[in-house]
Ligand binder design. Structure first.
Ligand code: PEP
Length: 232
């Protein structure tokens, strides 16, 4: 199972270090073999000790090695920290930061060319969900346009927009239906994200096509995050 934490715009360099070291110690002490990812802000990146199955990744980057893109972070700056895992297509970047699908696809190709692990996020807004499963699936397939779904290091995160940060997770039946439909066409690990917490992670991970979770809010406490890893 993959258990990933998305820090979003939280944690300083100091508090992120405490979090990461606590999780590292937990994995070592408990011989836990789950695949753990922590998507930290750029300002908290460091060369963290290597712990089997734990990778620190980034929530964003600009698809260049380096160059003149004021305020952006290119791959050269990530390689300096040994970053090998990136989030692409998160709904907050699509909707709040207005990232276009063209830019998302460009980032995808760039990360792929650099051999990075990609957690590619897709998800529908509430108005699409209200139209039923067929509308949801066509919306999701559009988010795969121009995306090489055969890339070896691709992991897909299904994150309904209306479930992110709202405390309102999707119903298990809906998660099951969407993940099964994705699985019919995609032979890649599938994560669910959207208000996952200690109280619901077990039932979500029991959904057959679910290979893990991407967690925001409920992971911002190292004890809770370790507990979710333990449950997994
Ligand atoms: C996320 O940011 O990817 C996410 C799923 O957030 P939350 O767990 O807070 O819904």
């Amino acid at each position: 199972m993959m258990i990933a934490s998305n820090f979003k715009t939280n944690y300083t360099r100091a508090t992120a270090e405490v979090f990461i070291k606590t999780v590292q110690a937990f994995l070592v002490q408990t011989h836990n073999e789950q695949e753990v990812r922590i998507f930290a802000p750029f300002t908290a990146l460091n060369r963290f000790d290597e712990v089997k199955n734990l990778k620190v990744g980034v929530q964003n980057f600009y698809p260049v090695q380096n160059g003149s893109f004021t305020g952006e972070i290119g791959f050269e700056q990530l390689e300096e920290f040994g970053i090998e895992s990136v989030l692409i297509g998160h709904s907050e970047r699509r909707h709040i930061l207005k990232e276009s699908h063209a830019l998302i696809a460009q980032k995808y190709d760039f990360a792929k060319a650099r051999d990075a692990e990609i957690i590619y996020c897709v998800g529908e807004p509430a108005e699409v969900r209200m139209q039923g499963i067929d509308a949801v699936m066509s919306y999701l397939w559009e988010q795969f346009e121009g995306i090489d779904v055969h890339y070896e290091k691709l992991i897909i995160a299904y994150e309904p927009v209306w479930a992110i940060g709202t405390g309102l997770s999707a119903h298990l039946d809906d998660i099951k239906e969407v993940l099964e439909r994705l699985r019919e066409k995609l032979s890649k690990p599938l994560l669910y994200g959207g208000s996952v917490k200690v109280e619901n992670i077990e039932s979500i991970l029991h959904v057959k096509a679910c290979d893990g979770v991407l967690v925001g809010t409920a992971s911002w406490n190292e004890e809770a995050f370790c507990e979710m890893i333990r449950i997994a």
